[in-house]
Design a protein around this ligand. Structure first.
Ligand code: ADP
Ligand code: MG
Length: 321
């Protein structure tokens, strides 16, 4: 199978690559063309996933397709953007029909659930890696950026933390746990659900937002720096799933929530007047701390005392610099 046949069979023919809203021209030309409604801005994000670094080299291609797109779509959620389209640059060591078919199916499932059309890409030979670029739209000036947090705002998250990091031991077959717990945690790792609707609901309300990919404390550090404020995280307020608690126990679960990464849950700062309205409308908004004047991120106990933090998050290449 040649490059063009491969593209045609597995990607151009996928349901998510057919005509969709905002896509004036899809796969097959030199560029795709997107149409933005007047008054909207284009939100763009790229992520590369390398085999053996971001996912196990031997893994289920269907799940990989799902997860790769979910991770990228989560960045659109974090901006409050409405998903429009994505491109896929795929580097493959060899052409394996079964693998490609399952991968494309997983990608397609997530694309359709997020409302993302596949509009182009690139296909090359080499060690397995995926680069996905997602495009979304957002009313001009309303994107949820990182720099608007204000002293007095609440610090909130959109759901339980630490599941993705906790699940890693199961993904790598280092741990075993009863089936129902494993099923929940593995799903949280392999098919995180980007919080797209929540991101849009936070437009005009949250003062800063991001999606937690590198660990809560590390990512909160980005908001603190961009906004010129100090974020306080209260350890006892961290939302932890019962499944993670069952797998890891309280201490390790807290550690996973604080520093583990791979959550793809939104973290955001919110003026207190918006809290009840959002919660009553059914949005999963959980307060985990607050913003004050100053800099950096501190972990505190219920009495406001500092708790020392060992590791804050995962950074590629930090060890070998
Ligand atoms: P060019 O040489 O003009 O960059 P390519 O031969 O790389 O074009 O690709 C042909 C068409 O197929 C383009 O529209 C490109 O966006 C699309 N394409 C290539 N690889 C992929 C892929 N993995 N997924 C989706 N579309 C792809
Ligand atoms: Mg090309």
């Amino acid at each position: 199978m040649g490059e063009f046949e491969l593209i045609r069979n597995y990607f151009a023919a996928a349901p998510c690559a057919q005509a969709g809203e905002g896509v004036a021209l899809g796969i097959g030309d030199d560029c795709a063309l997107l149409t933005l409604p007047p008054g909207e801005q284009l939100a763009i994000s790229t992520d590369t996933l390398v085999a053996g670094v971001h996912f196990p080299a031997v893994c289920d291609p269907f799940l990989l397709g799902q997860r790769a797109l979910a991770v990228s779509a989560s960045d659109l959620a974090a901006m409050g953007a409405t998903p429009v389209a994505f491109t896929l640059a795929l580097t493959l060591p060899e052409v394996q029909a079964d693998w490609l078919q399952a991968f494309a199916r997983g990608l397609n499932v997530m694309a359709q659930s997020c409302g993302l059309g596949l509009v182009g890409g690139d296909t090359t030979r080499g060690p397995l890696s995926l680069t996905l670029t997602v495009f979304g739209r957002v009313p001009a000036g309303q994107a949820l950026i990182r720099s608007g947090a204000q002293p007095g705002d609440l610090l909130c998250v959109g759901g339980p933390l630490g599941d993705g990091a906790g699940a890693l031991a199961l993904v790598l077959n280092e741990r075993e746990v009863e089936a129902s717990t494993a099923e929940y945690l593995l799903a949280r790792y392999w098919s995180p659900q980007p919080q797209i609707a929540l991101g849009q609901a936070l437009r005009g309300k949250a003062t800063a937002a991001l999606d937690i990919s590198d660990g809560l404390l590390a990512d909160c550090g980005h908001i603190a720096l961009a906004s010129g404020v100090r974020l306080l995280v209260e350890q006892d307020l961290l939302p932890l799933s019962e499944q993670l608690m069952r797998l890891s126990g309280l201490q390790a679960a807290q550690q996973a929530a604080l520093s583990g990464g791979d959550d793809y849950v939104l973290a955001f700062t919110l003026p207190a007047q918006h809290l009840t309205g959002l919660q009553e409308a059914g949005w999963p908004v959980q307060v985990i701390g607050r913003v004050e004047a100053g800099e950096g991120v501190a972990l505190i106990d219920a009495n406001g005392q500092d708790i020392p933090v060992l590791t804050r998050g995962y950074q590629h290449f930090r060890e070998i610099r």
